[in-house]
Design a protein around this ligand. Sequence first.
Ligand SMILES: [Mg+2]
Length: 503
Amino acid sequence: MPKISGYEIHDVRFPTSLSGDGTDAMNTECDYSSAYVALLTDSDLIGYGMTFTIGRGNDIVCEAIKQVSDRLIGKNTQVLFADMGKTWEYMMSDPQLRWIGPEKGVIHIASGAVNNALWDMYARSENKPLWKLIVDFTPEELVQSAAFRYITDAITKEEALAMLKEKEVGKKEREAKVRELGYPAYVTSAGWLGYDDEKVARLTKEAIAAGFNHFKMKVGADQANDLRRGKLIRSIIDDPQYLPKGSAPRNLNSEALRGKNAGPTGAVLMIDANQVWDVKQAIKYVEGLSEIKPWFIEEPTAPDDILGHAAIRKALKPSNIGVATGEHAHNRMVFKQLLQAEAIDVVQIDSCRLAGVSEVLSVLLMAAKFGVPVCPHAGGVGLCEYVIHLSLIDYIAISGSMERNVLEFVDHLHEHFVTPCSINSAGRYNVPTNPKEGYSIEMHKTSIAEYEWPNGSYWVGARKNKALSLIKSIMMSEGPVAPIVIILIFILSVAMSFWMLLL
Ligand SMILES: [Mg+2]
């Protein structure tokens, strides 16, 4: 079997701040970025992985990826793949790198990129998409692949094994069902804070026409404005005239909609504050939005504040508004405590804030044991490509249910991937089926060449344009500035000519 022989790392940044994409109450100028790695072997087998950031700092993650990858050089892939749980523990336990975590921050998300690249390589070596590799595991193999250190007070390997064995029944049928129907999704891109009302209304109508019935809106900058925007979205999603031709309102008493504050057409609204509030502030602010009937408030406060989330959930219970979090929950222990403290109604794993597939598996197992649905965080760049695999693993092999789950979808930047994710006409993710696509995260080489920071062709062009527009604005300006600049340029040119002659 091949040995790992090297790596390529790329700092890839997309200029999304120019369009207001991804704007929320906390993150106002995001350039969606990928700290991207290709793990190379002494054969033609390659594993691709990445983690997501929103711009500055992506270079720091790339450096950490290099340090994490260095420890895999020379390793036999057969040995690594034979026990992915043990491989994960090896990756987490560098005797020196561990100090700058442990299991959190830059080093952890860098480890996520590398662990994901290893899983991608494993799936490619078996000629299966990643989800299929894992759902075809025996229960023993799946348990062996997960990260159990520090969570055995919430779930033991024996308990996990018993759960998975129980779910063996019906696995084939579930796989066939989701291949046929797709996996339920929701849309976020209609409700970003940087968009004006006209754009929000247009995107919401487009999302309904595309088959979606769960919608998320960003909140937290201004309560009155949020209420107004929420009413605008509600006025559209609750109006049967916008439903796709021939489709009737959904059944409000169905399991899929139970307790979600669905409107008359069966539409569900969620709100997301991206961590802006203190605990009491969160409660007051969200109570003030109860008129727009959200299913849950996402990230109401600091992501590490487990008891804060529990307090918010308890206080919002009478208003029938739930709490969701997880995109910034930096390891499985945070999820363990959120579940133990009954702090959340929805688990929102992130595919690369957790340190890769092995740690995600442990959170999926805990969520199934506690009976809390997993609705992964996605969007950004590459996250949608990743998470469909994780939700398929959850549905087919672990929780056995997708009825109440919805997987985030944002229709941005998919064109940069060799095997992009896709949505069917019912607003559900299609199942990735290409046996060569691994974890679906391989990026086009042309995209890397264009958007690599700081010397990709896009960024070089952007700097040139900025310099030219600066010169243009000086030349167009009234008053003495333009003539002074022209005289200075003239003097500088003459001085340089003389200097060249002297040389
Ligand atoms: Mg969010």
